[in-house]
Every structure is written in structure tokens, then in C-alpha cells.
Design a protein around this ligand. Sequence first.
Ligand code: IVH
Length: 676
Amino acid sequence: MQESEAKKEIDRLKEEINRHNRLYYALDAPVITDEEYDRLVRRLETLEADLPHLITPDSPTQRVGATPLDSFGSVKHSLPMLSLKNAFDESEAVKFDEAVKRGLGLPPDASVEYAVEPKMDGLAIELVYENGLLVTGATRGDGVIGEDVTQNLKTIRSIPLRLLEEKPLPLLEARGEVFMPLEGFKRLNAERDENDEDRFANPRNAAAGSLRQLDSRITASRRLDLFFYGIGNVEGRAFATQFETLEYLKSIGLKHNPLARVVSGINEAIRYHHEIEEKRDSLDYWLDGVVIKVNDLGQQLSLGATSKDPRWALAYKFKPEQGRTRIIGIEAQVGRTGVLTPRAILEPVRIGGVVVKHATLHNQAEVSRKDIRIGDTVIVQRAGDVIPEVVGVVMDKRPVETEPYRLPERCPACGAGVEKKELGGAREGSALVCTAKLACPAQAKRAIEHFASKGAMDIEGLGQGRVEQLYDKGVIKDIADIYGLRHEQLTTLEGWKDKSASNLIAAIEKSKHPLLERFIHCLGIPGIGAHLSSVLAERFGTIGLLMEADEEKLVATPGIDTEKTRNIVGFFKESGNQKIVERLFASGVVPGRTEPIKQGRLSGKVFVFTGELTGFTRDEAGRLVASLGGKIASGVGKKVDYVVAGQEAGSKRAKAEKLGLKIIGEEEFKMLVWGG
Ligand code: IVH
């Protein structure tokens, strides 16, 4: 491709990606899937990699830094980022209102106008825009000095790298709360379970942990979000009210929480608090209260602030979603990779309108640290649909004869021995793991559930309960058995009707052509979650090439370290796994890209294959070329750019030689598609 053409394409992609960002984040009306979006970004990355001088700082690819940092720099906030006073009940909210009126010299029966907003439970950040361009992003830190997390904040797609304003202000400091949407939080923890990594206790910790990563590629994979709620220093514009500030921020692409509004008087603010508390479980993010702010900025100024918090604002907290109950038993659950997780069986307790009977205890270290015992009275916390957890023991209620809890020495599902496994990475300590692998029914069931789950093969109707039943009845013992399921097998089982059986068979059929990244993910290779599966799919292009990739090729892949490399190579070397993958293929499961990229590294290049390739089938090689934008011709002719000659290449090779075409071997072909 000519450089001028490439530039046009780059500009077009940037504009299109930015348009999708706005549709997705600012307007909440996406028109393409995440996969399609990722494909656009990857296409832009490929073009920019060839022409790095065309990269601009506001390119969507610049959201992710290439190399991890050694440490974060520090940033001094030009105006301190204050905290908020808390109120826990109505009378405290009323007291706040009285103090505001006193401070403003208003009579007790006056009605103050308040801007009321949800209080997101994440972490506060400040973004500095100079002439509309994002230059710095920092955490709140101690309020005066925060950490420079610019590169990580840039990975958040709802943060514009350039403001949507024709004449941007010379300086704008925007403040907001970064959080992790619950959907992403649940997915992240599920993935961490799979990879034997510690779960995040709640979305707030997950957001903070994700934003404070030295490698911004990790932050990018976490899909954080944020709402803006205020400003710091501004040059070139003055505002009259808090709400006007919010509306202005929104107009330049910095969205605020859509539930924010203006009310008159403290009673309306209290009603707002109740209304949002009712709503909190239906939202996709954590709230811990509402913030009540005097709307008029002139009034804010005259009220002023103490050294810690402003006198014009109040955090009116929700009732914590906690309850007190007794642990009547502790059971060990076996995860997909064999890790034993303790779970408390509780005397049922109603928390926030839901009856809770179980709570996770996470791992042995957690149980020991909190010294949780059977018989203990404990505080249980639940929020939204996050798994309830035991936050602590009420020690003075402990019965006399209790013993510290230890996970069992044999797997509760299959009786096999358990072994200690040191957990690497961000995780400290060790886990107990059942040694029976897929011979353990619990691990086998979890593997099937994982295979069928939404982020993997997405087979609707094959959830936990049904996997349990089908496995216990001996109908499916491994993932490949799924494709041998017959309608009449299902209808003989309890709870299945003609329609439910047909639906499942149809869903299984529909799953036969997954995207390559989903297929890789569904195999459950240790340490390879959804994100790395995408990276591998992008790099290798076909499952055949991934299966034959050697350590050297794998370890050169971003995010794939030596341990993961060993896991991948080990997985495909194992004969049991090979057989399962072969049986999947034999049942018609064909992973691949659904949509060839029109413009790619091999755009406009025409390939012909002759002879036999050893590393992959003809079909796979063809798909790989197509995925990079190239074309396959059936015969040798002048328009052919590369003739790929495998073993025992025949007449096509001879003809190509005559025409003087470029003939390459399998190794050279791999170099071409993978890059050097
Ligand atoms: S205003 C001086 N508004 O709550 C006013 N804060 O407990 C500063 N927060 O550090 C904050 N949602 O991280 C404000 N709508 C909102 C908020 C909000 C969440 C957080 C923020 C702040 C903390 C104070």
C-alpha cells in the first residue's frame, strides 16, 4: 500500500474507532460488538507498526503503552483533592443542611438548591487537559500528591484523549471516579479463579488494583470506566453552578453519572437518597451513597472548606449491605484447575432483600487470617450480585469448643490426594490442589462448564445444573462429548422436554464456528484467559499454527511469559488433550475468523499453495492469509505474488519457475505471516 493510502486508511480508522468510543461510552448505544471493535484497533495497530511516524498522540492505539514502567511518578495536584464528610442517617443530613444555611446567613426555613449525585465506589482521579489534549492523569493519593497513572488512564475508552471542542480551554482539570463495572468484575474474578490467582474482594479493590499496574496492557484488559463529578483548575471559562459544570463536562466528552440532578431543599435530597438506594442493585457499578453538593458555586465559595473537606458537600451513605449470622458448616469446593476453595454454609440471613445461605471464604490463608471457624457468628457482606463474603468474626460470640478450620487433605469430590501449589504472579502463598486433574468429576464438570460458558463457546442452555446432570448420568464426560449429544438421549432424562432438547442441540450446532480467540479460551489452558486468547489468536491466526508453535515463538508474544509458554506447549503435547482437540475437529468444530480483514499486512497479495505443508492444513493456511488481507488463487499466473511450495510440490512449482514468480518455502511463509 502506498503511504498516502495508508495515511488515509489510518485517519479513517481513527475516526471510526473514536466514533464507536463515543457511541459506546458517552451515549451507551454501541453499534458493533467488542470483537469487531478490537479488530478495528488491531488493524490500526498493524498499519501504524509499519508506519510509526504516522502515529499521533491522540490515536486510539496510544491508549496502551508498549513497555511497562519501573514505578509511577508523582503529580502534585494544583488544587488539593479534598475528601467528603459522611452522614449515615437522615438526621445527619438535616444537620448538614442547617449548617449550610447558617454558613450562608439564610433563615432556617430557606430552601437551598443542591446538586445530588450518586457516590460511586471506586477511586478518585484527576485528568489535566491542555488545549484539549490529555496531558496528565493522576490518582488522588493523599489529596495533595498523587501517582502519575496517565498511561493507564489512557486505556479507559471513556476518557477522550482529545476533548470534543472546537476551541478548547487552555487548561481544564477534570475530576472523577474510576470504577470497574460489575460485569467486568465478575468476569475478571472468574478468570482469576481459572488461573489460580487471588480474587479481588470487591470492585473497588479491582479498580484500584487495575489502575495501579505498571504495565498498561494489563489495565487495558480490565475495561475500567469512570464518571466525572467536578473540576479543579480551569482557565478561560467560569461556571455558575455545579450542575452547569457537569453539563459542560458532558458536552466536551467527559460524561457524568446520568442519575445526577438538581433538587430543592434537604428533603428532596433525602428522597433522592432513598430512590438511588432502591436502584443500586440494578446498576452495573457499585455505589456507596449519594453526594449532596450546594449547587451555587458562589455559595460554595463563601462556605469554604476545612483542611480535609468542603463545608458545601456531604456524602450521605447507604446502609451497608451486611448482616450477621452463624456458620453451620464449611465445605471445600473444587474449581476447574483443581484448587480447593472453602465456602461457608450459613444460617440463612436476609441482607438487602436477598436471603443469603452461602458465603465464600476465598482460600485457606483468608480463613486462617480471619480465624473463621464452624459455629462462629460472622458478619456477611453482599452487594449487587457479587458473591457474598464473610468479612469478619464476632469474637465475643464464639462458642467454647471450636477448632481452627483446615481444608481437607483429600479432594472432597474424588478422594484423590491434594498437593500444595505455590501460586506465582501477584499472588502470595499457596493453594491446595486436587491431583486427579480431569479424572476428578468436579474438575471435569468445571471444564465442561467453562467450555460452554458465555465468554468461551457460548452454548446457551448448558449451564452448571445441566452439566452436573449430564456428567453424572454419564452422557458427557468431556468437552468433545458435547458434540455427540443426541436429542433422544436428552429427552429420556429428567427435566428435559422436546423443546429444551431441541434448543440445546441447536445451540451446540451453532457453536461450531467460533472465533479463534474463543476457541483458544474454551480449552482452558492454565493462565490463558480471554485476553491472552485474543492476543494468541491475533499472533498465530489459526489453531494449527498455535498448536505447533515452539517456545521461542510463543514467548515473543506480548503477555506470554515463560510459565504460560510452558503451559501452552505442555497442553498441546499431552496426548489426552490432542485427542480431545482432534475429536472436536472431527465433529465439525472449525475455529477461525468470521470476517477476513480487508486491509492487512498481506493486503493485495495473491498466494498459491503447492505441495504439502507440514505445520497446518491448506485450509488453515488459506484462512491465515485471508485474515491478513491476502487472497488465494487456485492456479499459477502472472498476478500471483507468492508461490508457497510445500513438500513434493508438483507442476505448479515448475510453472512458477518458468514465469519467474517468487517461490517460498513453508518457513518463509511463516515468517511472512507472523513477521520476523
Ligand atoms: S465530590 C470536594 N462527587 O468519594 C468534593 N466525590 O469520600 C470531592 N466520589 O474522593 C468529591 N462519587 O473519590 C464527589 N459524585 C461524587 C463522587 C465522589 C464518588 C468519591 C471521590 C471522593 C470520595 C470522598
